[in-house]
Design a binder for this molecule. Structure first.
Ligand code: FES
Length: 90
């Protein structure tokens, strides 16, 4: 079973779910406002396993011009379920 870890919490990596939804459903406190890729409040740093997330969409690219994939919007980053992902809120 693939997992998503964030600041001491661990949840199952459900295929097709966004990181923010996964964490909130598990009761993990996360910063967010819009849940739509606009505000940037849900920004997280990917510490490992970024290859197990769908590539950044247009909303994420607008918030991160470098496109390195290290920083993602949790409400837009979709889990592939192919391996473990570790993130941290900044
Ligand atoms: S909550 Fe606003 S961009 Fe994710």
């Amino acid at each position: 079973m693939a997992t998503v870890r964030c600041d001491g919490h661990e949840v199952e990596a459900v295929v097709g779910r966004d990181l923010l939804g996964l964490m909130l459903d598990a009761g993990v406190p996360m910063r967010y406002i819009c849940m739509a890729g606009s505000c940037g409040t849900c920004r997280v740093r990917v510490l490992s396993g970024g290859e197990h997330l769908l590539p950044m969409n247009r909303s994420e690219q607008m918030h991160q011009p470098t496109s390195t994939g290290e920083v993602r919007l949790a409400c837009q980053a979709v889990v592939l379920g192919t391996g473990d992902v570790t993130i941290t809120q900044e």
